[in-house]
Design a protein around this ligand. Structure first.
Ligand code: VGL
Ligand code: ZN
Length: 240
């Protein structure tokens, strides 16, 4: 194990590449993030850093009847990007808790081309693919928890193919470095939920793009308030 810093704390870093999938990238993606493809070279450089003990890729991976698809709801409150609907907390005994969640165009259908990783990403270097958002009734932006912050595998089990926090703990990971799409949704939520799951969490600013770029400053405030360090790629690489 490697020890870094004057306090000699253990430092075992993992890289999490979030949702670098066709549907989040121009020109054909149904939920394309502006310039989403442009971060692939930087992500590949990070993937080639020998310092990471493991390299994870997440994939948004929805069934056709997923609750987040605007087309699965009746009008008039079914406009992609604009409509919000009440979603129920899936945790036992918490079904009365609801939350307004944004609706989206159909995206990342499991097994379809839109859910594929973009070919620019060096997927040979990925150790594990975490597919999330598989349960029709549960929105899951982060790879660790659902939209209500449920981290308990008993609740999230049907939403994911593998329990990411357990995998990381088994490998002794202390720190996660997060990049990918989209900065203001799945990347933000993954970085925040990593803190909740007990990891130090770093978001590499040049390694993400946002659905709403103008909202990034506010997202950074939220990230910092939640205990995530937003850093530049050079500073991240120096730590490895
Ligand atoms: C995402 C909206 C809906 C993301 C996923 O990957 O940021 N955004 N599903
Ligand atoms: Zn989604």
């Amino acid at each position: 194990m490697e020890f870094k810093g004057k306090d000699q704390e253990p430092f075992v870093p993992a890289l999490i590449v979030v949702d670098m999938q066709e549907d989040f990238c121009p020109p054909t993606g149904s939920l394309a993030v502006q310039d989403g493809r442009s971060i692939a070279p930087l992500i590949n450089e990070l993937l080639s850093e020998p310092g990471f003990v493991t390299r994870i890729a997440t994939q948004d991976y929805h069934p056709a009847d997923h609750i987040s698809f605007a087309s699965n709801h009746p009008p008039p409150n079914n406009r992609p990007f604009e409509s919000f609907i009440e979603m129920k907390n899936p945790a036992p005994h918490k079904h009365t808790e609801t939350k307004l969640q944004q609706l989206w165009p159909v995206h990342c259908l499991a097994g379809r081309p839109g859910a594929e990783m973009i070919p620019e990403i060096d997927t040979d270097r990925i150790d594990l693919f975490v597919q999330k958002g598989k349960h029709p009734q549960i929105e899951m932006y982060s790879a660790f928890a659902d939209a209500f912050g449920n981290l308990d595998p008993a609740v999230t089990a049907q939403s994911v193919n593998v329990e990411l926090a357990s995998v990381l703990r088994t490998k002794g990971v202390t720190d996660v470095f997060v990049v990918g799409l989209a900065g203001d949704y799945c990347v933000k939520c993954t970085a925040i939920d990593a803190v909740k799951a007990g990891f130090r969490s770093w978001l590499i600013e040049e390694g993400t793009k946002c659905v709403v770029p103008a909202g990034w400053a506010q997202a950074k405030e939220e990230l910092r308030a939640a205990g995530v360090s937003v850093i530049h790629v050079d500073d991240a690489v120096k730590k490895l």
